[in-house]
Design a protein around this ligand. Structure first.
Ligand code: HEC
Length: 172
């Protein structure tokens, strides 16, 4: 965020009143202002504040995918996964269930990135690594919907880094 220096000094004056910022008054002016501004923005529940410090969803209960995305994922699942994992995700022979207690046992408490990476790297087991990132994210969205997690307005990203901040948790 760019602020002209006059407004900045006013802001600076206000910021100095806060204990955290008073502590660093001897710091370089620009850096200090940046720090204070960041701290102030961090405390403000505004869109601009969100841009600086994305809160991000904490778990799969925070509506982390869209219904449209889960719908796309279902098409991919039916075409590339169902032959081994089953139409109702119950698993066939060596291919484990992707729903129910076993699925929860594998994933509860883990970051969603582990499920994403597992599919991305190893599945489909007869052609590993053949799905593009967004396709894997779609399939994960489908798995979440099938397992009873709520859909929302924002699609699940195909980025392991963001997914590492979303925990897979059982019903609280
Ligand atoms: C040719 C059969 C086959 C296909 C197709 C296949 N899988 Fe698998 N999958 C397996 C087998 C066998 C295992 C267990 C052994 C292993 O992990 O490699 C497994 C394991 C998994 C696991 C690990 C279990 C868990 O709960 O984490 C996941 C997730 C998974 N598959 C998802 C998928 C998805 C999603 C697709 C479609 C994109 C897919 N699989 C396609 C055979 C298959």
């Amino acid at each position: 965020m760019i602020v002209e220096s006059e407004r900045q000094s006013r802001r600076y004056g206000a910021a100095v009143r806060s204990a955290t910022c008073r502590h660093s008054v001897i710091g370089i002016f620009g850096a200090l202002t940046a720090v204070c501004t960041a701290l102030q923005l961090g405390a403000m529940p505004m869109a601009t504040a969100r841009a600086h410090r994305p809160p991000g969803p904490g778990s799969v209960w925070d509506s982390v995918f869209t219904l449209a995305q889960a719908g796309r994922g279902e098409i991919t699942y039916r075409a590339t996964c169902a032959s081994c994992h089953g139409d109702t995700l119950g698993g066939i022979n060596d291919a484990p269930a992707l729903t129910g207690p076993d699925f929860h046992k594998t994933h509860d408490g883990n970051a969603l990135s582990s499920l994403f990476n597992r599919i991305s790297n190893d599945m489909p087991s007869d052609n590993p690594g053949s799905l593009a990132g967004p396709q894997v994210a779609d399939v994960v969205a489908f798995l979440l919907r099938y397992n009873g997690y709520p859909a929302g307005k924002v699609e699940l990203p195909a980025a392991a880094e963001s997914l590492s901040r979303i925990k897979f948790l059982p019903k609280p």
